[in-house]
Design a protein around this ligand. Structure first.
Ligand code: ZN
Length: 210
């Protein structure tokens, strides 16, 4: 049983949004073509309260992209993004949601960030995604979305550590590249963990991939 996990394809992460991933919008048509090829499609949604600890604005004297210690965990401070019930937290307008089985929200606890769709960054609390996929007898997960070097990477690493055969659809993801080479490094890290890196064309059968 194969499941497609769509990570955080939300307005704030695409050009025009508060924390835009360069060319993040270009994955939407790719993801839309992929969805009919899967028995199960789930999505994650970054869903922060306004007082979230990952927002630079909530740390006087700090600015976006500073690194701090947030209750014992290293934290990069981000611009305010994906605040619950705001337009920025909504899924990209042209993203097909008609086949989705479930949406899992993350980042709801102001005290801790959550890059992975499975757990918060301290692995303290689960979103329920892992149990859901296991209950559906999913064996293989395919990960796509935003951003390759953060939420996509940590979701894929948790997926393989939970025992799912894990595949990253590289051209259905885009990265932040806060530091040059971050995306390439993330891909290497995923490969080393045993994650298969593929292109969308392998699933849709099209040679173009994107
Ligand atoms: Zn966030």
């Amino acid at each position: 049983m194969n499941a497609l996990i769509l990570i955080d394809i939300q307005n704030d992460f695409i050009p025009g949004g508060a924390l835009a991933v360069p060319a993040g919008d270009l994955i939407v048509p790719v993801v839309n073509r992929l969805q009919p090829h899967f028995e199960i499609v789930v999505a994650t949604q970054d869903w922060h309260p306004a007082n979230h600890g990952s927002f630079a604005a909530n740390h006087p004297g700090r600015k976006p992209y500073d690194s701090i210690d947030l209750h014992g965990l290293p934290q990069i401070l981000w611009p305010v993004h994906c605040v619950q019930e705001t337009a920025g937290a909504r899924f990209a307008a042209n993203l097909d949601q008609s086949r989705w089985d479930r949406v899992f929200v993350k980042g709801t606890d102001p005290a801790i960030d959550s890059y992975s769709g499975f757990f918060d960054n301290g692995h303290r609390r689960s979103t329920g995604l892992g149990d859901y996929l296991k209950a559906q007898r999913v064996t293989d997960v395919y990960v796509a979305g935003l951003a390759t070097d953060y939420c996509v990477k940590f979701t894929a690493l948790d997926a393989i550590s939970l025992g799912f055969r894990t595949h990253l659809i590289e051209d259905a993801c885009r990265g932040v590249n806060l530091h040059a080479g971050d995306v390439a490094k993330a891909i290497e890290e995923m490969k080393t963990a045993g994650i298969e890196i593929i292109d969308a064309g392998k699933i849709t059968g099209s040679t173009a991939g994107a």
